[in-house]
Design a protein around this ligand. Structure first.
Ligand code: AGP
Length: 608
C-alpha cells in the first residue's frame, strides 16, 4: 500500500513529486524518497519517517531536473529505514525503481543475481527488480525492452516505475500487475500516480493501466504495451473530482471533514437513483438487467474491514426487502472455505478503494466459480469496477482519512438502494415509507452531527480507559463492530464489538467499573432485549454509554446517552454510527493520536 508518483516534462520535477506524495501519504508513511534523472546524472534522496523528513532533506540538498519518480512507503519487506526506502538503485548506479506490491519469488531471483556478482544494500524485494533491470539494460541501453523482459520473471503483485541514465529517450517506464497505477496526461508533460487523487492538481485526463500492462511516459505522451509486448490502447477518463475535495477544507483532520461531509455524500449517493414521486428506485446503471437479477437465488457479499461491516448490514437489507438469502465473507477468508457458488449467485465486492487485494481475489474466485460479479465502490475506474459485470458507485468523493467514515455510510445507502431495486425487479411490494425515509436521511445525519460537542465531552471523560466493549443486536450488531474498529484504529485503545445477546455466554465476565460499555440501542424489534442486556451490565457495575433515539428509556440505566434521531429501522444503522465515529475521533485527538495516518495502517491494502 505504498504511494508512487512520477513526472516527465519541462517543469521542475521535485516540487511536483512532493505535492503528489503529500496526496498519497495516507497510503503509507514510514519512509519516502525521490529519484531525478538530469543530463547524464541520476540523483536519489531518501529519508526515514514521514514526508516532512524528505522535504527537510531536499531543502538542504536540492535536486534540479524535469524527469523523476517519488515514493512513500508502507513496509512489507524490510523494516522502515532509509536503507529500505524507495527509490532503490541497482548496484551499477544506472537506474532507480519505485514499487508498490510484493515480488513473491524475490528470494530465488536475489540468489541468482548474487551468484552473478550483483550486490544489495537493502532487504527489499524492490532492489531485486532494480538489479534485474540493470542486467538487461546493460545489453540494450533500452529501459522499455528491459522492463518487458524482466516482468516475465516476476511472480506476485507489483506496480513499479523506473528511470535510467542513458536510456534511448527521456522517459519513465512502468509496469502493473495488481496494485493500481494511473497515468495523467498533459500537454508536453505526463504524470503517474498510484491513486488519481494525486493527479488532480495537474490534470484530470487519466488512463488506468490494466494488469500486465507496461507503459512508457515521455514529453510526447504515453504508450502502452501488453505483457507480451503487443501495443494496446487504454481508454482515457476525465476525473470529475476537483482538487478542493481532496483538501482538509479548514478542518483539523481529513477524518473530521469526511465525517461532516456525510449528509452531502449520502444525498449524492441516492440522488438521481430514487424517484420520490413514484416511490421508486432506478438502478439501470448497475449494468445487470432485471431478468438476470430475477435469476439469482443467492447473494454473496465480499469485503474487508469497515466494508465487511457494511456487508453485514447489507445482509439485513437484502434479506429484509428482497427476500434473497445472503452470505457475507471476509475477502481474506472466502477463497479458503471452498465456497459453493455457481450461476445462481450474485457475488458483490464492497470496497471504498476498489483495490483491496483480499476483496479482489475473493471476487475473482466467485467469478471463476460461476457467479455473476458486481461491486459497490467509491473509486471509478478501479480494479473492482473493471472486473465486475455491474457497478454501483458510492458518491462519497475522495476519502483521505485512513479510517473509513463517509465511504461506510454511503455503502449502506448503496446497499439499501440495491435491496429496494432487487425487491422491485422480483415483484415484491416495498412500503412507500422505505423510499420516503431516504429523503429525511441527510437531515437526520445533520442532527446527529450537532451532538459533536457532547461527544467531545464524552471523549474527555473516557479517553483514559484501556478497554472498551461495544454491544449491538440485529442490524445494529455490525454498527457495534464498526464503532469498536474506529476506536481501536484511531486511538490504539483495545475495543471489541459483540452481539449483546452473547454477553451471558462469556464476555460478561469482563464487566467491572473500569470497563466502558457502548451500546447501540435504538427502537426496533430487539429494543427490549437490548435494554435487559444493559441491565445485566449495570448490575455488575459496568459503565454504560448508549446510542439511542429513546433517551427517556435509559435515564435510570445509562451513565451517558448519545441521542440520535429516528429514521426507518433499516436506515437507522447509518445514523447510529455517527456518534461512534465522533467519539473515536475525539478520543484519538485527546490522546494525541495521528488521526488521519494511524500507525501500521494504510488507506488501501493492495497486498494480501
Ligand atoms: C476502515 O476504517 C479501514 N480503513 C479498513 O478496514 C478498510 O475498510 C478496509 O481495508 C477495506 O478497504 P476498502 O473498502 O477500500 O476495500
Amino acid at each position: 500500500m505504498c504511494g508512487i508518483v512520477g513526472y516527465v516534462g519541462t517543469r521542475d520535477v521535485v516540487p511536483l513529486l512532493l505535492t503528489g506524495l503529500r496526496r498519497l501519504e495516507y497510503r503509507g508513511y514510514d519512509s519516502a524518497g525521490v529519484a531525478v534523472v538530469a543530463e547524464s546524472a541520476l540523483t536519489t534522496v531518501r529519508a526515514e519517517g514521514k514526508l516532512d523528513e524528505l522535504v527537510g532533506r531536499l531543502s538542504s540538498q536540492p535536486v534540479a531536473g524535469s524527469l523523476g519518480i517519488g515514493h512513500t512507503r508502507w513496509a512489507t519487506h524490510g523494516r522502515p529505514s532509509e536503507r529500505n526506502a524507495h527509490p532503490l538503485v541497482d548496484s551499477q548506479g544506472r537506474l532507480a525503481v519505485i514499487h508498490n506490491g510484493i515480488i513473491e519469488n524475490f528470494a530465488e531471483l536475489k540468489k541468482g543475481l548474487a551468484a552473478d556478482g550483483w550486490t544489495f544494500t537493502s532487504e527489499t524485494d524492490t532492489e531485486v527488480i532494480a538489479n534485474l533491470l540493470s542486467a538487461e539494460f546493460e545489453k540494450s541501453q533500452d529501459l522499455l525492452a528491459s522492463v518487458l523482459t524482466v516482468v516475465q520473471r516476476l511472480d506476485g503483485h507489483y506496480a513499479f516505475a523506473a528511470v535510467a541514465v542513458g536510456d534511448v529517450s527521456r522517459r519513465i517506464v512502468v509496469a502493473r500487475q495488481g496494485p493500481p497505477l494511473a497515468l495523467g496526461l498533459g500537454e508536453g508533460e505526463q504524470f503517474l500516480a498510484s491513486d488519481p487523487t494525486a493527479l488532480l492538481d495537474q490534470t484530470r485526463r487519466v488512463v488506468y493501466l490494466e494488469n500486465g500492462d507496461v507503459a512508457a511516459l515521455s514529453e510526447e505522451g504515453c504508450e502502452v504495451w501488453s505483457r507480451s509486448g503487443e501495443p494496446v490502447v487504454r481508454d482515457e477518463h476525465v476525473l470529475s473530482w476537483d482538487p478542493i475535495q481532496a483538501e482538509k477544507g479548514g478542518y483539523k483532520h481529513f477524518m473530521l471533514k469526511e465525517i461532516h461531509e456525510q449528509p452531502r455524500a449520502l444525498q449524492e449517493t441516492f440522488s438521481g437513483r430514487v424517484n420520490f414521486e413514484r416511490s421508486e428506485v432506478d438502478l439501470e446503471e448497475l449494468g445487470i438487467g432485471a431478468e438476470a437479477l430475477r435469476s439469482f437465488d443467492r447473494v454473496q457479499l465480499l469485503a474487508c474491514g469497515t466494508s465487511w461491516h457494511a456487508a453485514l448490514v447489507g445482509k439485513f437489507l437484502i434479506e429484509g426487502l428482497a427476500r434473497i438469502p445472503v452470505e457475507v465473507d471476509y475477502g481474506s477468508e472466502y477463497r479458503y472455505r471452498d465456497p459453493i457458488v455457481g450461476p445462481g449467485v450474485l457475488a458483490i465486492g464492497i470496497s471504498q478503494s476498489g483495490e483491496t487485494a483480499d476483496t479482489l481475489s475473493a471476487m475473482e474466485e466467485a467469478r471463476d466459480r460461476g457467479a455473476t460479479l458486481a461491486c459497490i465502490c467509491n473509486a471509478p475506474g478501479s480494479q473492482a469496477t473493471r472486473i465486475s459485470a455491474g457497478t454501483l458507485l458510492t458518491h462519497a468523493g475522495p476519502e483521505i482519512g485512513v479510517a473509513s467514515t463517509k465511504a461506510f455510510t454511503t455503502q449502506l445507502v448503496a446497499l439499501y438502494l440495491l435491496a429496494l431495486h432487487l425487491a422491485k425487479v422480483r415483484g415484491l411490494e416495498v412500503p412507500a415509507q422505505a423510499i420516503s425515509d431516504l429523503a429525511h436521511l441527510p437531515q437526520a445525519i445533520d442532527e446527529a452531527l450537532e451532538q459533536e460537542a457532547d461527544l467531545d465531552e464524552l471523549a474527555r471523560k473516557y479517553h483514559r480507559a484501556h478497554d472498551f466493549l461495544y454491544l449491538g443486536r440485529g442490524i445494529n450488531y455490525p454498527i457495534a463492530l464498526e464503532g469498536a474498529l474506529k476506536l481501536k484504529e484511531i486511538s490504539y485503545i483495545h475495543a471489541e464489538g459483540y452481539p449483546a445477546g452473547e454477553m451471558k455466554h462469556g464476555p460478561i465476565a469482563l464487566i467491572d467499573e473500569d470497563l466502558p460499555v457502548v451500546a447501540v440501542a435504538t427502537g426496533g424489534r430487539v429494543f427490549d432485549k437490548m435494554r435487559s442486556n444493559l441491565q445485566e451490565v449495570k448490575a455488575r457495575d459496568g459503565q454504560v454509554l448508549v446510542v439511542t433515539d429513546r433517551p427517556e428509556d435509559f435515564a435510570d440505566l445509562a451513565d451517558d446517552i448519545m441521542v440520535v434521531p429516528t429514521v426507518g429501522e433499516l436506515l437507522q444503522p447509518i445514523v447510529n454510527v455517527l456518534p461512534l465515529q465522533l467519539l473515536a475521533y475525539h478520543i484519538g485527538v485527546r490522546l494525541g493520536a495521528d488521526v488521519d495516518q494511524p500507525r501500521n495502517l494504510a488507506k488501501s491494502v493492495t497486498v494480501e
